[in-house]
Design a protein around this ligand. Structure first.
Ligand SMILES: NC(=O)c1ccc[n+]([C@@H]2O[C@H](COP(=O)([O-])OP(=O)(O)OC[C@H]3O[C@@H](n4cnc5c(N)ncnc54)[C@H](O)[C@@H]3O)[C@@H](O)[C@H]2O)c1
Length: 327
């Protein structure tokens, strides 16, 4: 029996709910620290027995005292920091975005240091990068120059700097991961939630238009969650930030994967609008060198699993499609 005890901030969110599901299914004691909004993503992914084993602490990442107390009470050995406000929320309220995403992350590092926990894993984002035209051809390496074009991207860049200074000043090691478009059950908010909303629409049988186009990297939420856990367990020293790869596909391929999983949706899922304002493709050689082979579910399989889970959950009354389809 392992003596691991995981502490996961923002784990009522999409990636966090998948992290918690994997840890609870492994039998690892797990504490969530989150604002305490809806538990709908956890209820989508965990059954009642699994849910009963999750320790949920309601707290605000901007409150260092509360965070320190929660980490101590949890007897945490491993820290995964996911709590953040996504692109649209930071745009709507930049001061709040900065408090949660910037100060909240500083608090997390400070709390780790004070608790004597020498390592943590946190979510950065591809939003630290600029538009594809600002870079050369081919997949982008971890050290490509950041040129964020949103408040959110600037805050994530600040997080990476914070991580570097906590390593230099205090010897707190960290791994930052930069996801792109996360998809799968639980992905019901944020700039790039369109492909997942389309999967719900296909499961329900209603038309849906994904509001962007182009080629991009898609990462299955379960894979990304497992990668955060893998990173938290890695015997790593320093302050590294890694790009993720996943499935690099055109929007046509995403729609085709949805239609293959749900043939009745053929012709009902479309897309339009500009491509996402980020480079299309990333090189994950750094990640592989440090952590080994990342979990990877091919797009067709991830889409099929997502639609199957959505259909089951809707039939069982555990998912209200309006949460994804906005009405
Ligand atoms: N989803 C993506 O495609 C994507 C891409 C790149 C990076 N990321 C990053 O990964 C992390 C997790 O993403 P997600 O999709 O699971 O996000 P999400 O929006 O689904 O969940 C974020 C969680 O943070 C919590 N939170 C917000 N403010 C808080 C506060 N003040 N104190 C405590 N908790 C707070 C929310 O209640 C929510 O449960 C975030 O840091 C996000 O920026 C996500």
């Amino acid at each position: 029996m392992s003596d691991e005890r995981f502490f996961v901030t923002g784990a009522l969110g999409c990636i966090g709910a998948w992290v918690v599901r994997t840890l609870i299914q492994e039998g690892v004691p797990t504490t969530i620290f989150d604002l305490g909004g809806s538990t709908h993503r956890l209820r989508l992914l965990l059954d009642d027995d699994e849910l009963a084993r999750v320790r949920l602490v309601t707290g605000d990442i901007t409150d260092l005292t509360a965070l320190e107390r929660a980490i101590a009470d949890a007897g945490a050995t491993h820290l995964i920091h996911l709590a953040a406000l996504q692109v649209p929320f930071c745009k709507a309220d930049p001061p709040l975005g900065a408090r949660v995403n910037v100060v909240g992350t500083v608090n997390m590092f400070e709390a780790a240091k004070r608790a004597g926990i020498r390592r943590l894993v946190y979510a950065s984002s591809v939003a630290v990068y600029g538009r594809s035209e600002e870079y050369g051809e081919g997949p982008l390496g971890d050290d490509a120059a950041p040129h964020p074009r949103t408040h959110y991207g600037v805050y994530k860049q600040a997080n990476e700097g914070t991580a570097r200074i906590y390593w230099l000043d205090d010897g707190v090691s960290s791994i930052g991961l930069r996801p792109y478009t996360i998809y799968g059950p639980g992905r019901d908010q944020g700039l790039t939630s369109g492909p997942t909303r389309a999967m719900v629409a296909a499961a329900v049988g209603v038309p849906y238009q994904i509001p962007f186009s182009g080629r991009q990297s898609l990462q299955y939420a379960d894979d990304t969650a497992r990668l955060f856990i893998q990173a938290a367990r890695a015997p790593f020293e320093g302050a590294a930030v890694f790009n993720l790869r996943g499935s690099v596909v055109r929007m046509e391929e995403i729609v085709a994967a949805i239609e293959a999983a749900e043939p009745a949706a053929r012709g009902t899922i479309s897309f339009g609008g500009a491509p996402l304002p980020f480079p299309e493709e990333f090189d994950d050689a750094g990640l592989r060198a440090a952590l080994g082979v990342p979990p990877f579910t091919p797009l067709e399989e991830g889409v099929a699993r997502s639609i199957a889970l959505f259909k089951q959950a809707i039939a069982a009354g555990r998912l209200d499609p309006a949460g994804y389809l906005g009405g």
